[in-house]
Write a protein that binds this ligand. Sequence first.
Ligand SMILES: Cc1cc2nc3c(=O)[nH]c(=O)nc-3n(C[C@H](O)[C@H](O)[C@H](O)COP(=O)(O)OP(=O)(O)OC[C@H]3O[C@@H](n4cnc5c(N)ncnc54)[C@H](O)[C@@H]3O)c2cc1C
Length: 237
Amino acid sequence: MGWPIPALARAAGRCGVEIVEQAEVVEIGVERGAVHGVRTRSLDVAAPHVVNAAGTWAGRVARLAGIEVPITQARRQLYVTGPVAALPPSFPLIVDYHHGWYGRREGAGVLVSGVLRPAEGFSLAPDPGETSRALQEAEARIPALKGAKAVRSWVGLYDNTPDNHAILGEAPEVRGLYIAAGFSGHGFMHGPAAGRVVAELIVEGKATALDITLLRPERFREGRLTQEPLTMHGDRG
Ligand SMILES: Cc1cc2nc3c(=O)[nH]c(=O)nc-3n(C[C@H](O)[C@H](O)[C@H](O)COP(=O)(O)OP(=O)(O)OC[C@H]3O[C@@H](n4cnc5c(N)ncnc54)[C@H](O)[C@@H]3O)c2cc1C
């Protein structure tokens, strides 16, 4: 069985969708308050509907259309340790909800989350200076990790909104420009449903599979936010 995303891409291909990879959007065409296409580094695409699904970069992409979308970056370094024989071969994901820490088995080793902090820019470069603190924090929660070394490390950027909920809907300032971004640490889980409702918005003019009122882009300027507590640990300091 394949991974889900290639399966979705294959299914889209069967419906006639053409996927162009490595095509950075550098301009979004807007005239009289409506979108009319995008320019990438390699081609121009005329389109009455454009979806900004650029993840943590969606604020930057929105500015190409002259609008602000409040998505900020938080970086988290992750580690996989060498083999840890003192632990059972499998155990559930462990989450320290109050401090935003988690760990789980990854093969013979253990995957542990590292420091979570606001990011300046979009760098994905690991910071070796954070490793010893991350391993100490892991050992404090799982004593069997005493002496464990990190054999692999990488950085991920969260795509956070002010209330830690996604932004789903047509941009109020630009007709035909839809935002599907800012999933704030929920994007794997919410992605398939988000795709469905955005397709409904475009084809049918409204979302019917789910009520997405809470996620509308206008909520920020209206000041009507509903805070999602589970993934806001980075904001608690
Ligand atoms: C450490 C970590 C742990 C996480 N754990 C979970 C979890 O357990 N469960 C969960 O549901 N979510 C989790 N998330 C969140 C999840 O990874 C994201 O919400 C999700 O990947 C966002 O998907 P997306 O499609 O919106 O954006 P992305 O997957 O970021 O895709 C955006 C795409 O837009 C492209 N792009 C950017 N700019 C342009 C441009 N100008 N032109 C064209 N393309 C552009 C980018 O290259 C990228 O391919 C985690 C995130 C992190 C960092």
